[in-house]
Write a protein that binds this ligand. Structure first.
Ligand code: BES
Ligand code: MN
Ligand code: ZN
Length: 495
């Protein structure tokens, strides 16, 4: 999809389709009012005849409106004017794009970015419009022998009335496109079945990014390298699998060599069967998305490189399957992590923290400014917070604050949970330095407490994306989150 920007007023647009907003109850936005005037009040009359009120997500398609220069007009409901906020803006764009997909229009102009939104500038509206449009048009049909008829729509123009700062709008458009592409990559990887998306496949994806972007350098450690280093926790998870584990590092250099990097660590369990502590059969297929943390790291690194951000960013991806077998790690087994701390593995299904702890220790070598890990880590997070925010815990308040802020701005939100010392007791065991599970209470927090024991040497935050990386139900599939959150955090750091 090609995107561009225009400041031409709606009545002068010779377009296949013009999308304008309508508020409840039948209050025209200024773009809608200008078109209405041009066609002698027809829009207002049609809305009444057709009983369109302007509720959020409502749409109407009008053809051959007399005196209009455009071929079609889409009226997009925006809800009540005084309740019009970030979420409504995104919803109206999503509904409009869903409608546009099937109209036969090859190109369309969306006038919604001219609507006023409290505390949001043109750049924000453009970025969000591009993201919402991309998200609505995304399809994953790699494995369907009959593809859905491709939409004719190939060009969306965003109309804004702000003539000043055109450079900001163009920059925002590029940012939106890069974030959308990164988030699509993450979605594709999450949707790929585990017989395609293996640890080797993730490594190949990283290599492909290296090939596409001069500023990305990739290295892949093999099992024997991990043995040499002493990654006993990661290797314990990898034991049961036939697919060889890979430890992938991507380094994006956009700033001076001496600038400390931001390190992103992504959980890359390409299939989580639970191992010997095997999961129940129902919905086990969904555990192909247990590499979504890794997918979001790849998507974010790609977007950084596309935008040539003036930062150094490192991606670290421990990638493996978690499988039962005669050679698999067993409950009660004790392993030594890369940090030297010993772990009694009481539940082989708590594997995410085992691969992450070695990746976190490994991150020390980059002398990081901050480390953020991203992981579909606990079912408990979905119970605690549902699927709207990612869970967020960390050892450095300013970093946690910045991530919450980036979540609010991007609409890809996170909510903090307490990382208090009191919870650490739940990881006590008689047989090793710690156990890998802390019982049913506060499962997301005890998982983070476990990771906290490996992050004492740097500023660190943890995003639990078990609830946000995946849609269940009829929209079943990967969401591409939290690429928008991470990218907004990084963009903020460039200011
Ligand atoms: N990958 C799962 C977490 C998960 C569950 C993600 C549901 C998305 C949806 C993780 O490896 C896991 O199995 N966690 C266990 C931890 C428990 C054994 C302490 C869980 O959440 O049940
Ligand atoms: Mn598990
Ligand atoms: Zn898992």
């Amino acid at each position: 999809m090609k995107f561009s920007i225009t400041t031409t007023p709606p009545e002068k647009l010779r377009s296949d389709c013009v999308v304008v907003g309508v508020f409840e109850s039948r209050h025209l936005s200024s773009a809608a009012a200008r078109l209405d005037k041009q066609c002698g009040g027809l829009l207002s009359r049609l809305m009444e005849q057709d009983d369109m009120k302007g509720t959020i997500g409502e749409t109407r398609l009008l053809h051959n409106v007399p005196h209009a220069l455009c071929e079609r007009i889409v009226l997009a409901g925006c809800g009540k004017r005084d309740g019009f906020g970030d979420a409504q803006y995104r919803k109206a764009i999503t509904a409009a794009v869903n409608m546009l997909r099937d109209t036969g229009a090859r190109e369309a102009v969306i006038c919604l970015p001219e609507l006023e939104l409290k505390a949001r500038d043109v750049a924000w509206k453009i970025r969000q419009a591009v993201l919402a449009a991309h998200n609505a048009l995304y399809r994953f049909e790699n494995h369907k022998s009959k593809k859905q008829a491709a939409s004719k729509l190939h060009h969306i123009t965003l109309a804004t009335t702000e003539r000043h700062k055109p450079a900001d709008a163009v920059r925002a458009l590029r940012e939106g496109e890069a974030i959308a592409a990164g988030s699509s990559l993450a979605r594709d990887l999450g949707n790929q079945p585990s017989n395609v998306c293996t640890p080797s496949y993730l490594a190949a994806q990283a290599k492909a990014l290296q090939k596409a972007h001069k500023k990305i350098k990739v290295s892949v450690l093999e099992v024997k390298d991990m043995q040499r280093l002493g990654m006993g926790a990661l290797l314990a998870v990898a034991r049961g699998a036939k697919e060889p584990a890979k430890f992938i590092t991507l380094e994006y250099h956009g700033a001076k060599k001496t600038d400390k990097p931001i390190v992103l660590v992504g959980k890359g369990v390409t299939f989580d069967s639970g191992g010997i502590s095997i999961k129940p059969a129902a919905n086990m297929d969904e555990m192909k998305y247990d590499m979504s943390g890794a997918g979001s790291v790849l998507g974010t690194l790609a977007a950084c490189a596309t935008l040539t951000l003036p930062l150094n960013v490192v991606g670290v991806i421990p990638a493996t399957e978690n499988m039962p077998s005669g050679d698999a790690v067993k409950p009660g087994d004790i392993v030594t992590s890369l940090s030297g701390q010993t772990i009694e593995i009481l539940n082989t299904d708590a594997e995410g923290r085992l691969i992450l702890c070695d990746a976190l220790t490994y991150s020390e070598r980059f002398k990081p400014d901050v480390v953020i890990d991203i992981a579909t880590l606990t079912g408990a997070c979905v119970i605690a917070l549902g699927k709207h925010p990612s869970g967020l815990l960390g050892n450095h308040a300013p970093l946690v604050h910045d991530l919450i802020q980036a979540g609010e701005t991007s609409g890809d939100r996170a909510w903090e949970l307490p990382l208090w010392d009191e919870y650490q007791d739940q990881l006590k065991t008689n047989f090793a330095d710690m156990s890998n599970v802390g019982g049913r209470e506060g499962g997301t927090i005890t998982a983070a407490c476990f990771l906290a024991r490996f992050t004492k040497k740097f500023h660190w935050a943890h995003l639990d994306i078990a609830g946000t990386a995946w849609h269940s139900g009829d929209k079943k599939g990967s969401t591409g989150r939290p690429v928008p959150l991470l990218m907004h955090y990084l963009l903020q750091r460039c200011q």
